[in-house]
Design a protein around this ligand. Structure first.
Ligand SMILES: [Zn+2]
Length: 252
């Protein structure tokens, strides 16, 4: 794939660009080819994003996104963001290689091990291991968004640090809440994030927050379709029918 050059206000950055196909359609991949920094940030560009479009800046989570871990909400946040952006027909997902809240996969694994052994959350386990609870940076994401021609974005996040980090790059950032439905241990992770300042509503145990979805008009609404791990209606129906089926089998 040939390299092109995109010109922004202060720098000229090489990048690689190509199309990618999903079931729902094609979108564009843009990856800056910055010396010593290649592959740190990748943009999935849907439609023709303009100022004020929806943007998700997402940090890599191997466990959730590849292995299907139920211990956090990363995969749901990513999928929900794509869903919302596609509904608006334009927007950007910037994917950052910042595994383990910026400390890397090995540190993340150590944090999990400590957390499972002691019962503390993963933020506290990082601190106990002498690691910063969250050392992610958003400079690469901000620069990439500006290189895509954006000056203002509506950022899908519950994390005030992410908003501040992107604003520090000169972008005009408005926060859009991103609430997803999760269950089990992921709820504990949400509680830990809430305690660390993430803008998440308090919910009774076992009752995850309803989603706030962005409508085509730009307003928000409660109760939109969610990415859910709850049993679907078919499973619930089968569970109801099962006792009767067993009774008939034994009678026969
Ligand atoms: Zn995760």
């Amino acid at each position: 794939m040939p390299l092109r050059r995109i010109r922004c206000e202060v720098t000229v950055v090489d990048h690689v660009e190509h199309q990618l196909t999903r079931t729902a359609g094609q979108f564009r991949i843009v990856i800056p080819d910055t010396p010593g920094d290649a592959g740190v940030a990748c943009a999935a560009v849907f439609g023709k994003p303009r100022n004020g479009c929806l943007v998700r800046v997402h940090s890599r989570c191997l466990y959730s996104e590849v292995f299907g871990s139920l211990d956090c909400d990363c995969r749901e946040q990513l999928h929900r963001s794509i869903e919302l952006i596609r509904a608006r027909r334009a927007g950007v997902v910037v994917y950052l290689e910042q595994e383990g809240r910026g400390s890397g996969l090995l540190a993340k694994a150590k944090g999990y091990e400590y957390s499972q052994r002691t019962g503390v959350d993963t933020f506290a386990s990082y601190e106990a291991l002498g690691l910063p609870p969250d050392c992610r940076t958003y400079m690469a994401a901000g620069e990439l968004l500006k290189q895509l021609g954006l000056k203002s974005v509506r950022l899908l996040t519950n994390n005030p640090d992410k908003v501040a980090g992107l604003r520090a790059t000169g972008l005009n950032v408005t926060r859009e809440p991103l609430h997803v439905q999760v269950a089990g241990k992921a709820l504990e992770y949400l509680a830990a994030k809430r305690a660390r300042g993430h803008r998440l509503p308090a919910t009774p145990a076992g009752k995850p927050p309803r989603a706030k979805a962005v409508t085509r008009s730009g307003s928000t609404s409660i109760g939109a379709p969610l990415v859910s791990r709850a049993p679907n209606r078919l499973v619930a129906s089968l569970r109801q029918l099962l006792p009767a089926m067993l009774e008939r089998m034994f009678r026969w």
